[in-house]
Design a protein around this ligand. Sequence first.
Ligand code: ATP
Length: 610
Amino acid sequence: MKKKEKPNNNNSKDNDFIKNLIISILIVICLIAAFAIYYFNVNKVKNEEKELDYTEFITSINEDSIEKIKMTTGSSTLTVTMVGEGEEKDREKTVIVPSIQAFMEWIQEKIDKEGVSIELIQVPVNPILKISDTLFSLLPTILLIVLMVMIIKMQGFGGDSGKVYGGEDGSKKTDVRFDDIAGLDEEKAELVEIVDFLKSPKSYLDMGAKIPRGILLYGKPGTGKTLIAKAIAGEAGVPFISMSGSEFIEMFAGLGASRVRRLFDRAKKLSPCIVFIDEIDAIGSRRATNSGAETENNQTLNQLLVEMDGFESNETVIVLAATNRPEMLDKALLRPGRFDRQVTIPAPDLNGRESILKLHSKNKKFAQDVDFKDIAGDTAGFTGAELANLLNEAAIIATRNKHEEITNNDIENAVKKITVGLEKTNRVVSDKDKRLTAYHEAGHAVVSKFLPTQTNVKEISIIPRGLAGGYTMYKTNEDKYYVSKTELLEKMVALMGGRAAEQVALNEISTGASNDLEVATGIAKDMLTVYGMDEKIGPLSIKVDDPYEIQLFGDKITDAVGNEIQVLIDNAYKTAQEILIANRDILDRVAERLLEKEKITSEEFEEFFK
Ligand code: ATP
């Protein structure tokens, strides 16, 4: 496997972060020290000397009981020495004067005119105390500034926008090539043209052709959108700048638009290059005019549109953006000159999965029995990222089992771990729960055997895995683009098989069916509101989660949807019960075998029907 490329500015960002952290820590230490010195000195004065009340002090002056007054510039606290016997230090007291200037004028007059004998001494300010005093008074301001600087740094206000591969600073170019992407042949063919544009923009411009500005990649997470964008930059040998939509919009408003501007300024300097914006829906969702967050979004999106419109013809910057929610995007993004090309990146089909598995198997050792075509058959719906993860999990399982090579069994275990969860062999399960699970799983398996559209059972188990007490795995069908109404109805019957078996065999129902009910209800809801498959409701598409849309249809339709969902589920449950009652002996035998062996393979299961 390829080593993960690291953009060079990650390092400098890390260094900046450490530098900022050290500076912040030093500032905090200085402030604490200043506070400590200040506190210590103030307390020292307070503790060592007794305080004198101001009126007492004035009376003492009038009674000639004061020998000396020491004052520090700028301080309203005076140290006075009382007349008397003993050490001078012991006779010292402190007094706080309300107005030092008024007091000075008064005492001076008393000394000059009335001949009062008091020694006035001006004490120089203690420099340490003065510094710490100043620092302490500035403490709130300094803290505020430090905090603001840190927040601004965190927001990347001063730094560059986006990660760069292959910039002028000598950072490493992306070394991903089209060969590193398995499957997706049509999509690659469509994008080869972009590589050519980037390699020799002049020949296209000379011919009067306009360079495409933006390409939107639609697809589920993990289907390889980022990989394709990197491969285009890699094939063309141009820099690749990437940023995620959510990075534009973070804690503070107003930064999104400036980040977009900086990202594009940077891209123009590096032209020809690729700018990749992942999760563009975070900034590119339909503009609204109401809330504050929306306004921030709007500004960021508007800036993006301005930047995309503002390229000079000699600036070969191609913007690739990825989303898995195309329906959310603002229509303005899709106008000519912006993201006017859209490429759908699908989850891989059977052949695609096989080639992705082969590609990711290169640096791993596999046993003879491993057949990637079979694994591809068992992993319908897996994305490229999930397949890469599957082989990694298999390698971990093989290592844990001390195998020399990754075996087919290791891979099958990895599939189960990913789809159902980890096997919990140590979990203590009561006999009653085991019996319930055995009937529940046997119910699913037996019912599905009588439903022509459902795939064959692959394995039944009552060993807990993940959150499930047991599971029934089915063989996967070859990838299909469409699912028929009959298939959906029968899928609901198979899902109801678990609950129905509990009722039929044990005359009791349990919480174990909650997930089945959730999935079945979801199918019924989609049949009625997404696929328009119900005669009573008609071929309507009703967005039930959208309160505005649901209002459109009024109570009559929404009530009917609710009723029909119930009818579909009830019918599915009844059919499952009927199948199980008619085949009660098989149900009992499968459940008993499960209790005895804990796991039944596909072949063993088929034996019950011979
Ligand atoms: P997201 O939407 O979550 O950002 P994505 O569609 O951008 O996901 P990538 O990040 O490109 O997906 O893919 C993740 C990883 O999955 C890749 O690094 C690669 O290892 C693997 N992968 C995905 N698709 C393919 C493919 N067609 N061929 C080979 N590897 C693939």
